[in-house]
Design a protein around this ligand. Structure first.
Ligand code: NDP
Length: 325
């Protein structure tokens, strides 16, 4: 039988972790033929809760789950890791300055990058979910010089899925009728969900919608601010949908897709400065992603992409200034 793949989840005792681990263990991340070994990384006060989640995982008797390890030591958690899902992060609390937020996350993602560098399997693939995800991914990546930079990615798939769902509702079509959706830039309020390259029934989504005001004043802000709307409605932040997007991201990276959105290390494509971890349209094959090239970018899209990328540059400058990269 196939060897088990080691999947490490940080922040395993959190909300997203709780929605994520059961799906990984049931085979939805890597497919029904791939056994997984779970490694749960938590901070000491959350270890007991992680143990409780592990007990529930045991109680599911998942045929594909070959073992669970729980630790607060990144070295141990990432030793031999094949897929790393970095979910735990320091959330912004009231009154917290951006510099403090970045610094607190540097304290988390620097040692994790070092531990991945020291011990990960040759085929390691990393997805950063914890916010600010793009810049946390940049911090981890910059401390893992022996791992190819393209193995570090950040999640914009939830934004992508939200955009699909909003557009499908507007046009009264199925999400499967929509192709070539793209999220550009930072996983933040500046992100740009692009309807000028998305396609529905043989025309661009922008043409199908044929309502500029809706596109600019409703669609884009609705997608970008959906997280806050969920908190408002649910009294807690989105967790199951974030976990679902993490599953989609890794599944499509490993198994291939013609078109999706991933935040990946820029090679300078579309004017995004080299080295920034920014969201692009990508295709995946043989476990590798590639930025889809040759799209024409109109003035409106240019402006939106540039604004989000500018924010990423500023975040990079800030973590550089703090000596975190
Ligand atoms: P969640 O599980 O709800 O969220 C975890 C992270 O995912 C947050 O940074 C959150 O950002 C981010 N996130 C990204 N996209 C989304 C989205 N669409 N919706 C919601 N969140 C999103 O947080 P919890 O507080 O429940 O759990 C975090 C866990 O991480 C805790 O158990 C804590 O102990 C642990 N932790 C572990 C660390 C480690 O392993 N070294 C380090 C730090 C924390 P945002 O805050 O912006 O919503």
């Amino acid at each position: 039988s196939k060897a088990a793949v080691k999947v490490t989840v940080t922040g395993a005792a959190g909300q997203i972790g709780y929605a994520l681990l059961f799906r990984i263990a049931s085979g939805q991340l890597l497919g029904p033929d791939t056994p997984v070994r779970l490694s749960l990384l938590e901070i000491p006060p959350a270890l007991k809760a992680a143990e409780g989640t592990a007990m529930e995982l045991d109680d599911c008797a998942f045929p594909l789950l070959s073992g669970i390890d729980i630790t607060d030591d990144p070295k141990r958690a990432f030793d031999g890791v094949n897929v790393a899902l970095l979910v735990g992060a320091r959330p912004r609390t009231k009154g917290m300055e951006r510099g403090d937020l970045l610094e607190a996350n540097g304290g988390i993602f620097k040692p994790q990058g070092e531990a991945i560098n020291a011990g990960a399997a040759d085929d390691v693939r990393v997805l950063v979910v914890g916010n600010p995800a793009n810049t946390n991914a940049l911090i981890a990546q910059s401390h893992a010089p022996d791992v190819p930079a393209e193995r570090f990615t950040a999640m914009t798939r939830l934004d992508h899925n939200r955009a699909l769902s909003q557009l499908a509702a507007k046009l009264d079509v199925s999400v499967t009728d929509i192709a070539k959706m793209t999220i550009w830039g930072n996983h933040s309020a500046t992100q740009y969900p692009d309807l000028y390259h998305a396609e529905v029934g043989g025309q661009t989504a922008a043409a199908a919608v044929n309502d500029d005001e809706w596109l600019k004043d409703t669609f884009i802000p609705t997608v970008a601010k959906r997280g806050a709307a969920i908190i408002e409605a649910r009294g807690a932040s989105s967790a199951a949908s974030a976990a679902n997007a993490a599953i989609d991201h890794v599944h499509d990276w490993v198994n291939g897709t013609d078109w999706t959105s991933m935040a990946v290390v820029s090679d300078g494509s579309y004017g995004v400065p080299e080295g920034l971890i920014s969201s692009f349209p990508v295709r995946c094959a043989d476990g590798e992603w590639e930025i889809i090239q040759g799209l024409e970018i109109d003035d409106f899209s240019r402006e939106r992409i540039d604004a989000s990328v500018q924010e990423l540059s500023e975040e990079r400058d800030a973590v550089r200034g703090l000596g975190l990269i």
